[in-house]
Design a binder for this molecule. Structure first.
Ligand SMILES: Nc1nc2c(ncn2[C@@H]2O[C@H](COP(=O)(O)OP(=O)(O)OP(=O)(O)O)[C@@H](O)[C@H]2O)c(=O)[nH]1
Ligand SMILES: O=C([O-])CC(=O)C(=O)O
Ligand SMILES: [Mn+2]
Length: 610
C-alpha cells in the first residue's frame, strides 16, 4: 500500500527504521488521518497535547496551586473499564487460547477489524508513540510502538511508559518492536463538531500472540487503550515468557527493610482493584520498618545467573484506583499526586478546582460528579466512578526505591497471592513448597470489581490474578509456573517462598475483620520472619498459618475475636471450595499439570474429604 501524499507528517519521519516506516504508512493509508505526528516525549509535547485537550473540552485544568500541571477528565459513561467480553487472543490454533480466553482466528479478526479501521481516523491526528517497557538500558530493551488517534492516550502513555525520541533513537534501523494499533473508531466528517469523549459502541481488544501484535478499537479507556500496559506487558509478554523461559505477572514489587536493616524484595499478585497499589506504597505502622516502591501493577521476572528470580517493573507511571485513596489509607499515593503532572479520570471536581472521590474524608458541600452533574452529599449516587483512576509518574513517588530503574531488576524473596474474599481465605498462609504455592495461585479466587465491565462482587477463580491477562492456554501457563520452579540452578531454596493473603475477610456484621492498609506491615513482618526461619505457624490443611500470638499486634486496636476470625481455617468452608476447584481444574483437561491434581488430592485428604 502506498500512502496518500495528502497525509501531512508522513514524509518527514524522524526514523530510518524500514519496518516501522512501512507499518506507519500502511496504517495511515488504511485509517486516512488528517495528519501524522511522531511523538517525541518532550515537555513541550505534553503541554501542546494537554492544551489541545483542554481547548477541546476533554480535559479541565485543575487549580495549579493545588494540583500543578494536572487535569480532570470525564469519559463517556459507557467507556469506564476494561472490556473482558471484547478481549480476544487470536492465536493461530484455537486450542492455544485455552478455555479462559475469547478466541477468533487471526485472519477473521484482521478482516473484521480492517473493515472497522478503514477511514476510522478521518478528520483526526494519528500519533505514533515509540515506547519501551522497562529500562531503555536493558540488554534487549522491550520496544513497542503505539499508533493512536487519541491525544488522551498520548498524554497517558507519556506518564505510563518511557517513550519518545530516546526510544526511537535506541531502536535504530532494525530493532524488533510490538506494533500496537489503536483507534477510538470515531471519524470526524468535515465541519462535524467533536464530542468530549469520542469512542465506538463496537469494541475489540485483540492480541495476535504469534506475530506479537495488538489491535484495539472503540475504547479510549485504561487497559483497553494504553496498549503498553495489560495488552503488551501481560498478554503478549506472557507468551514471550512462555517461549523464552520467564514470567510476565500482574504483580507489585516492593522493598521491605527491617529495623535491623535487612532487606527483602516482595512481589504480590492481587486481581484488579484488590490492593496492589496500596501495598506497593504501604506506610508501615510497626516501628522501624520501611517500605520502598518498585512497581504497583506488573512484574517481569527472569532467573539471574545466581539462580534467583529477578523482577523488573516495565511501567513508568501509576494508573491507580482513585476511590479509597486518602491520607489515612495511602499517604504515599497522596504525596505522589501532590507533585502534580497527573491526569484524573472519572473522579469528581471541587469548586476550587481540586479533585475529590469517595473515601477522601468528608465530601465538600458541592461537587461536579464524574458525569458532569452537580452533586451534593447525601444523595444516592457516587460522585466518582468506582473504577475512576489517577495517572501519575512513578518517579514522583517519595518512597520509590532507587533500584526501580535497574535493568537487572531485584531478587524476589517472597511472592504473595491474594484475593478479595468475604469468607474462607485466612489473612495469610504460607505454601508448603513451590508446587503448593503454584496450587494456591492456580486456585486463587476473588470477588469481581469495577475494574472490568460486568457484575461486581461475584466470586470467580482468578489464577495468579491473571485470568484476564494470560495470553495463552491457562493449563500451559500453570505448567510454565511449575517448570520455572525447577529453577536455573535446580535449587528450590533459591526460589521465592509463596504466601496467600486476604485483607478482605468480613465479620458477621459485614465489617472487615482486618484493618488493612498500613497494618498489612504486620503480615509482611511475619513473612520476613518465616523467610528467616523464625516466625511461628500452625500447620493447617491449607498451609502454614500464624496464630494471633505469632503476629506482631502491638498497638493494634482490633478485637482479638476479629483477629482470630481473620486467621481461622473453617474446614466446612474449605470443603465447600473443593467442588469449585475440581470444576475449575476440569476446564483444562489434560493440559492441567498432574502435580496440581495431586495437590488437590492432598488437600482433600488433609480436610478428610473423599
Ligand atoms: N479493606 C481494605 N481495602 C483495601 C486494602 N488495600 C486496598 N484496598 C482498597 O481496594 C481498592 C483497590 O486498591 P488498589 O491498591 O488500587 O488495587 P490494585 O490491585 O492496585 O488495582 P488495579 O490498579 O486495578 O490493578 C481501593 O479502593 C483500596 O482503598 C486493604 O488492605 N484493606
Ligand atoms: O487496565 C486497566 O484499565 C486498569 C488496571 O490496572 C486494571 O484493571 O488492572
Ligand atoms: Mn493498581
Amino acid at each position: 500500500m502506498s500512502a496518500p501524499t495528502t497525509v501531512r507528517g508522513l514524509e518527514d519521519a524522524p526514523t530510518s527504521h524500514a519496518a516501522l516506516l512501512s507499518w506507519v504508512r500502511e496504517v495511515a493509508a488504511l485509517t486516512t488521518p488528517e495528519r501524522v505526528v511522531w511523538c517525541d516525549g518532550s515537555e513541550q509535547e505534553w503541554t501542546r497535547v494537554t492544551d489541545e485537550l483542554v481547548d477541546a473540552g476533554v480535559l479541565v485544568r485543575l487549580n495549579p496551586e493545588l494540583r500543578p500541571n494536572s487535569f480532570w477528565c470525564r469519559t463517556d459513561p459507557t467507556d469506564v473499564a476494561r472490556v473482558e467480553e471484547r478481549t480476544f487472543i487470536c492465536s493461530v490454533d484455537e486450542a492455544d487460547a485455552g478455555p479462559t480466553n475469547n478466541w477468533m482466528a487471526p485472519a477473521e479478526m484482521k478482516a473484521r477489524m480492517t473493515a472497522l479501521y478503514r477511514g476510522s481516523m478521518r478528520g483526526r491526528t494519528m500519533y505514533v508513540i515509540p515506547f519501551c517497557m522497562g529500562p531503555l538500558t536493558a540488554e534487549s530493551p522491550m520496544f513497542g510502538v503505539e499508533i493512536t488517534d487519541s491525544p488522551y492516550v498520548v498524554a497517558s502513555m507519556r506518564v505510563m511508559t518511557r517513550m519518545g525520541t530516546a526510544v526511537l533513537e535506541k531502536m535504530g534501523g532494525d530493532a524488533a518492536f510490538v506494533p500496537a494499533l489503536h483507534s477510538i473508531g470515531a471519524p470526524l466528517e468535515p465541519g462535524e463538531a467533536d464530542v468530549a469523549w469520542p469512542c465506538n459502541t463496537e469494541k475489540y481488544i485483540s492480541h495476535f500472540p504469534e506475530s506479537r501484535e495488538i489491535w484495539s478499537y472503540g475504547s479510549a479507556y485504561g487497559g483497553n487503550a494504553l496498549l503498553g500496559k495489560k495488552c503488551f506487558s501481560l498478554r503478549i509478554a506472557s507468551t514471550m515468557g512462555r517461549d523464552e523461559g520467564w514470567l510476565a505477572e500482574h504483580m507489585l514489587i516492593l522493598k521491605l527493610t527491617s529495623p535491623e536493616g535487612a532487606t527483602k524484595y516482595i512481589a504480590a499478585a492481587f486481581p484488579s482493584a484488590c490492593g496492589k497499589t496500596n501495598l506497593a506504597m504501604l506506610e508501615p505502622t510497626i516501628p522501624g520498618w520501611t517500605v520502598e516502591t518498585l512497581g504497583d501493577d506488573i512484574a517481569w521476572m527472569r532467573f539471574g545467573d545466581d539462580g534467583r528470580l529477578y523482577a523488573v517493573n516495565p511501567e513508568y507511571g501509576l494508573f491507580g484506583v482513585a476511590p479509597g485513596t486518602d491520607w489515612k489509607t495511602n499517604p504515599n499515593a497522596m504525596r505522589t499526586l501532590a507533585a502534580g503532572n497527573s491526569i484524573y479520570t472519572n473522579v469528581a471536581l471541587t469548586d476550587d478546582g481540586d479533585i475529590w472521590w469517595e473515601g477522601m474524608g468528608e465530601p465538600p458541600a458541592h461537587l461536579v460528579d464524574w458525569k458532569g452533574r452537580d452533586w451534593t452529599p447525601g444523595g444516592e449516587e457516587l460522585s466518582s466512578h468506582p473504577n475512576s483512576r489517577f495517572c501519575t509518574p512513578i518517579t514522583q513517588c517519595p518512597i520509590l526505591a532507587p533500584e526501580y530503574d535497574d535493568p537487572r531488576g531485584v531478587p524476589i524473596d517472597a511472592i504473595l497471592f491474594g484475593g478479595r474474599r468475604k469468607t474462607t481465605i485466612p489473612l495469610v498462609s504460607e505454601a508448603r513448597d513451590w508446587v503448593h504455592g503454584v496450587f494456591q495461585g492456580a486456585t486463587l479466587s476473588s470477588e469481581t470489581t469495577a475494574a472490568a465491565v460486568g457484575q461486581v462482587g461475584v466470586v470467580r477463580r482468578d489464577p495468579m490474578a491473571m485470568l484476564p491477562f494470560i495470553g495463552y492456554h491457562a493449563g500451559d501457563y500453570f505448567r510454565h509456573w511449575i517448570e520455572m520452579g525447577k529453577g536455573r540452578a535446580g535449587d528450590e531454596s533459591l526460589l521465592p517462598r509463596v504466601f496467600y493473603v486476604n485483607w478482605f475477610r468480613r465479620g458477621d456484621e459485614g465489617q472487615f475483620l482486618w484493618p488493612g492498609f498500613g497494618e498489612n506491615s504486620r503480615v509482611l513482618k511475619w513473612v520476613v520472619e518465616r523467610l528467616e526461619g523464625r516466625g511461628g505457624a500452625v500447620e493447617t490443611p491449607v498451609g502454614y498459618v500464624p496464630s494471633a500470638a505469632d503476629l506482631d499486634l502491638s498497638g493494634l486496636d482490633v478485637a482479638p475475636a476479629d483477629i482470630e476470625a481473620a486467621l481461622r481455617i473453617d474446614a466446612e468452608e474449605w470443603k465447600a471450595e473443593i467442588p469449585q476447584i475440581t470444576e475449575w481444574f476440569e476446564k483444562f483437561g489434560d493440559k492441567l499439570p498432574a502435580v496440581l491434581w495431586a495437590e488437590l488430592d492432598a488437600l482433600k485428604a488433609r480436610l478428610g474429604v473423599h
